[in-house]
Design a protein around this ligand. Structure first.
Ligand code: NAG
Ligand code: NAG
Ligand code: NAG
Length: 463
């Protein structure tokens, strides 16, 4: 996003913490060398003070998902230092774009009298689902069991309570409803919102959502497409992964076009060993070559033990590649050999799959992932699901195999799904190109902020 803005001549300052900055400094340094006006300012992350595990500055890196409260406390502690920096900044910032979880920017934007734009990393489809679910929830109309239709949407979207984001379905998660309320209020009061999506992908939902926000909804994605050289795509994650990428590419080069299934559950998704076994066996039984990404670190020992005891890696080595740790996903997805993407349906992964024109096999885990699955399977028709209807449900290997075959099959439904996926991939690329809708929205966003500033100084002159 910083690059996209800077490419249109704007100066961008990124405020983040040291370990987070380390993930993208290589890419940003290259952008700076190419003449873009971007700078990175590091804030001190006081995780220890907040009780967040040491050495982690990111929720992904914490062992498990049970440190939400501590993580938010640590985020709140960034405010003081950030405001000091803003005060000294020259020229003065004209706008804050902040992640939806960084709620203190409400006060900061107030203090500095500048607009605050929110980024929450989700689609307009999810935004509209959430909006209508909030209304239903306030009326106590969300049924405890069974399916119901989310009202006032362009499509008939049926869900169960157990499929909903934690806000509507708080059982089983650490209770942080007060924080969720704060985030919701901060989103509502924002000047506008930027979305990592493109108009053509979900036009009817974009139109509806725009009405809620007084037109101030800018779809500027897919953001992953702004990395037009491979080095950026890889280094977005971690510099040390460069060699890893080359060997993966070599492996892919030796495969037929659209023959490989790529399976990855994202940076936050954890599978139990039981579920991992079904996934692995389902991939194997499909008969297709596959890449399977395995998380490293705490809680993964049982999975590694199964892999070696079962002989899975050895047995499948002719057509299976296991990647441990972070995976250069955007590079893999854009390789011609990849024919399907088995995903947890996090929005980043979803958009990355769509941009690559690859059909998806959906296995949602939590948050808004079940909603993303509805968009992919039911509305866009570019995916087949493994039929999970809530977090606890176990998926068996034969269902995994069936879903894979459904999208990979050269005949019947598979070819239609793949054709639609390819068309959407083309649309995504056109959206970010010059003259495309996302490119135009970046321009319009900048224009809006400039106009706001002009109005502001005119007002001040009057006073
Ligand atoms: C998703 O992508 C955005 C923008 O590219 C990035 O800032 C964010 O860290 C990513 N989220 C995860 C969970 O990887
Ligand atoms: C984004 O671009 C589309 C045209 O492709 C336009 O209709 C829409 O108004 C733009 N959004 C904003 C918020 O300006
Ligand atoms: C600037 O002021 C004009 C005239 O009052 C108004 O129409 C316009 O919407 C304002 N623009 C912004 C971005 O505040």
């Amino acid at each position: 996003m910083a690059k996209l803005l800077a490419m249109q001549g704007v100066t961008v300052t990124l405020l983040t913490t040291a370990l987070n900055a380390a993930r993208f400094t290589a890419a940003i340094d290259r952008a700076i060398r190419s003449g873009l006006l971007i700078r990175v300012v590091e804030l001190e992350f006081k995780g220890k003070e907040a009780g967040f595990p040491e050495g982690c500055e990111n929720h992904n890196d914490a062992p498990g998902l049970n440190y939400r409260r501590q993580f938010f406390a640590a985020i709140d502690m960034l405010q003081e230092e950030a405001e000091k920096l803003l005060e000294e900044m020259k020229p003065k910032p004209s706008c804050i774009i902040s992640d939806t979880f960084v709620t203190w920017t409400v006060d900061t934007a107030d203090k500095f009298q500048i607009p605050r734009i929110v980024f929450d990393g989700m689609s307009c489809f999810t935004q509209m689902c959430k909006h209508n679910l909030h209304i239903l929830n306030d009326q106590k109309q969300i049924p405890e069991s069974g399916t119901f239709v989310i009202p006032d949407l362009p499509d008939r979207i049926e869900v169960t309570k157990t499929q909903l984001p934690a806000y509507f379905n708080p059982e089983g998660t650490v209770y942080v409803q007060d924080i969720r309320d704060r985030i919701r209020a901060a989103e509502k009061s924002a000047y506008g919102i930027v979305i990592n999506s493109f108009e053509e992908l979900e036009q009817r939902y974009v139109d509806k959502f725009r009405k809620l926000y007084d037109n101030r909804v800018w779809c500027i994605g897919p953001l992953s497409l702004c990395n037009n050289d491979d080095l950026d795509k890889v280094q977005r994650g971690n510099k040390a992964l460069f060699d890893k990428e080359n060997s993966i590419k070599k492996w892919l080069d030796s495969r037929q076009a659209e023959s490989v299934v790529y399976a990855c559950f994202g940076s936050l998704g954890h599978l139990t060993v039981v579920q991992f076994v079904e996934l692995a066996l389902g991939l194997e039984a499909s008969g297709y070559p596959f890449i399977l990404v395995i998380k490293t670190g705490e809680g993964q020992a049982a999975i590694e033990e199964w892999i070696s005891k079962n002989g899975f890696e050895e047995r499948t080595k002719e057509r299976g590649l296991l990647i441990r740790g972070w995976s250069p996903q955007v590079v893999i997805l854009s390789h011609l050999a990849v024919g399907g993407f088995l995903t947890h349906c996090g929005w980043n992964s979803t958009v990355e799959g769509i941009s690559a024109g690859v059909p998806l096999i959906t296995w949602p885990l939590f948050a808004e992932q079940f909603l993303n699955e509805k968009l992919l399977v039911q509305v866009l028709k570019i995916a087949a699901g493994v039929g999970k209807d809530k977090f606890e449900v176990q998926v068996s290997s034969n269902v995994v195999t069936e879903a894979i075959i459904k999208v990979m099959d050269k005949e019947k439904e598979g070819s239609k799904i793949r054709k639609r996926a390819r068309e959407l991939g083309e649309m995504a690329k056109r959206a970010v190109d010059g003259g495309g809708s996302s490119h135009l929205n970046v321009t319009l966003l900048i224009k809006e902020i400039q106009e706001f500033q002009l109005n502001q100084s005119a007002k001040n002159a009057l006073v």
